[in-house]
Each structure stands twice: as structure tokens, then as C-alpha cells.
Design a protein around this ligand. Structure first.
Ligand SMILES: [Zn+2]
Length: 237
């Protein structure tokens, strides 16, 4: 009898461990964009319910969604040790040069003379912290060889041109700087802090960027383990 009780008890403990294990594995799948990125890229038409709409706003968020597609990677995502993703990646699910990219908020657009795929827009007063200057950063708008997909209105060397929210900036590309290893067609969008002297800080450091969640009204911080696909529950145009 005693052996039987030990057997039942052991079986229950093992079953509980297995259940907990599968619960965490499955919840991890729901909070991991990679699970969605590959099927979305392969067949975006079949998964349009996973996509966010360009130019949509979520609830009372100040920014509009800058492009259409699957939000695959988040702020604070980690692709390798000692690296945290400083923005969000929105995958078009189309070929390059097809899916438009728009300004998320009014500001002053600049493009350095050597920028093939990147634009930056200065926002003099942060809508969530008025009086503080911030910057929005848009990149990967070129083909793998660096042929630009940025709108003709913003040639290299453009400086401080005022653009309204919703202005067409260019089209999603997959430029990575390495033609052999393009990054997949997406927009990388980030919000950069100001140096305090009117310049933007280095975008490559996450500590120089802001959590985009409150700006777009969506759960975009990986540390909060949001459930994919990331969508606005009450999208208003
Ligand atoms: Zn990115």
C-alpha cells in the first residue's frame, strides 16, 4: 500500500512538472515574435490578421503606425548576448519597394549625405513629455545593394525639412550594409533621446532610446512579455 501511494505521488509530481514545462514553452512561443515572422514572410496574405495597419492610431497614442505589417521584434528583444534591440521591426510580408513608410509624427526631417536607407525626424516637443526634444528614426529603406527606396523629396543631405505625420518617407527594404546577408523586408523604427544640446544620441545603444509602447499605444517592450501578434484592440483610423 505504501509503495502504491509513493507511486501515485511520484506520478502526480512528474505530471505536474510536465504540465508546467509545456505551459512555459507555449507561453514563450506566444511571446516570441520569431514564431510569427517566418510564416508571415512566407505567406503574408494568409496572415493579414496578424498585421498592423499603416496610418492607424491606437486609442489615445500620439504616434500613427508608420507602416503596414507584422510587428515581429520589439524594443528590448535580444538577438545576441550583450545586445538589446533599440526599436521595433515591422515586416511588410511583401517584396522590397512596395510597402510605404510614413512619418509617425510631425517634425523636422534630416538625412545625412551618406545615408542610403535611413531618415531621422526631430520632434521639438515630446508629446508625452512636453518641452523635451526627441527623434524618430526609420531605417532599412534600401535594397540589399544600397539602392535607396527613400522618397525623392528627401535626397541625401536633406536637412530640417518640416513633414506632417503621415508624409510618405519611402518604402520598406532589406538593406543591412551586407549584400550577402539582407535582413528581410522590414522597417526598423525607434525613438531616440536628445543629447540635451540639440543632437540625437547614438541609436545603437538601447539606453539612448525610449520604449515606444506609450507612443504607439501598443505593448512593444519585450520585457513585458506581450502576446503576439501585437495588435491594437480598438484600432481607429
Ligand atoms: Zn530592428
Amino acid at each position: 500500500m505504501k509503495k502504491f501511494i509513493i507511486f501515485i505521488f511520484s506520478a502526480l509530481v512528474i505530471a505536474a512538472i510536465v504540465l508546467v514545462y509545456f505551459f512555459f514553452i507555449s507561453s514563450d512561443r506566444r511571446s516570441n515574435g520569431t514564431t510569427f515572422v517566418i510564416p508571415f514572410i512566407r505567406n503574408a496574405e494568409a496572415h493579414q490578421d496578424w498585421a498592423v495597419e499603416a496610418l492607424s492610431t491606437c486609442n489615445d497614442a500620439p504616434f500613427i503606425m508608420p507602416t503596414h505589417g507584422l510587428i515581429g521584434y520589439l524594443w528590448n528583444d535580444s538577438f545576441k548576448i550583450d545586445h538589446r534591440h533599440q526599436g521595433i521591426d515591422i515586416f511588410a510580408g511583401t517584396d522590397i519597394g512596395i510597402t510605404p513608410v510614413y512619418a509617425a509624427y510631425d517634425g523636422y526631417l534630416s538625412r545625412q549625405s551618406d545615408w542610403k536607407s535611413t531618415l531621422i525626424i526631430r520632434i521639438p516637443s515630446d508629446p508625452l513629455e512636453p518641452g523635451h526634444q526627441i527623434w524618430t528614426y526609420y531605417t532599412h529603406m534600401a535594397d540589399p545593394d544600397g539602392s535607396s527606396l527613400i522618397a525623392a523629396d528627401f535626397p541625401p543631405g536633406t536637412s530640417e525639412v518640416f513633414v506632417k505625420a503621415g508624409t510618405l518617407l519611402g518604402y520598406q527594404g532589406d538593406y543591412s550594409g551586407d549584400p550577402i546577408n539582407p535582413v528581410g523586408v522590414h522597417l526598423h523604427f525607434s525613438i531616440i533621446k536628445d543629447s540635451g544640446t540639440g543632437k540625437y544620441l547614438n541609436e545603437l545603444e538601447i539606453t539612448n532610446t525610449l520604449d515606444p509602447s506609450p507612443y504607439l499605444g501598443l505593448p512593444l517592450n519585450k520585457n513585458d512579455r506581450p502576446t503576439f501578434p501585437i495588435k491594437c484592440l480598438t484600432t481607429a483610423k
